[in-house]
Design a protein around this ligand. Structure first.
Ligand code: PRP
Ligand code: URA
Length: 226
């Protein structure tokens, strides 16, 4: 028997811009809970939030630092690093809003922009409705938030909006819970310099363009289900 934790986090062929969290027993266990169709909304929120926190911490690792020396209480110097550059979060509504609190837990008072993109239920095409972003977004590192990457259409559209506002690809880090190989490939083809940090890469998409095995509709399960 091969446990999920014994498989590589990023299967062979995963695009080079993608980083997957290590498949630890903790992560596999948390994902098993949120994938379970019997998990109620309270638990879905609680365990999703734990994974989101891991993702945010990993995402922050992909932002630049500079050398920094401090004096410790022992009277000695410590040669460490300090965070460099301003950041902001951008959530792809609705499901991406579930990731805002996790970002705020790590980055107090972080600015957050919103992009409302919805997938058409029949054509599965992503449609942009609205974007409200910080005025100085072009000078910031952008953590783009969406828990699900299926066809990649929504994330690609959101990146288009950021580029239109002057943000270079190299300053965008996309944080995501579950990705399909198809979505990752589409993202890489469109924007190879955007870094993707995902918790888990699933097998594929079904005919309805849902990720499989997946976890269903993240937005419904987090915000409106029983
Ligand atoms: C979901 C999800 C992504 C998108 C992924 O949102 O949160 O934004 O679908 O699919 P894609 O990669 O094929 O574009 P949805 O449009 O269902 O809206 P929601 O956030 O309101 O659930
Ligand atoms: N949106 C979701 O919430 N889940 C999927 O599997 C695909 C799109």
């Amino acid at each position: 028997m091969v446990l999920p934790t014994q498989l590589p986090a990023a299967p062979e062929g995963t695009p080079s811009n993608t980083v997957a969290l290590p498949r630890t027993n903790q992560l596999a266990g948390l994902l098993t809970i949120i994938r379970d169709a019997k998990t109620n909304r309270g638990d879905f929120i609680f365990y999703s939030d734990r994974i989101i926190r891991l993702l945010v911490e990993e995402g922050l690792n992909h932002l630049p630092v500079v050398e920094k020396t401090v004096n410790t209480p022992t009277g000695l110097e410590y040669n460490g690093v300090g965070f460099e550059g301003k950041i902001c979060g951008i959530s792809i509504m609705r499901a991406g809003e579930a990731m805002e609190a996790g970002l705020r837990e790590c980055c107090r008072a972080v600015r957050i922009g919103k992009i409302l993109i919805q997938r058409d239920e029949e054509t599965h095409q992503a449609k942009l409705f609205y974007a409200k972003l910080p005025d100085d977004i072009a000078q910031r590192y952008c953590l783009l938030l969406d828990p699900m990457l299926a066809t990649g259409g929504s994330a690609i559209k959101a990146i288009e909006v950021l580029l239109d506002h002057g943000v270079p690809q190299s300053r965008i880090v996309f944080l995501n819970l579950v990705a399909s190989p198809e979505g990752l490939e589409a993202m890489y083809k469109a924007y190879p310099e955007v870094k993707v940090v995902t918790a888990w890469i699933d097998e594929s998409l079904n005919e309805q363009k849902y990720i499989v095995p997946g976890l269903g509709d993240f937005g419904d399960r987090y915000f409106t289900s029983n």
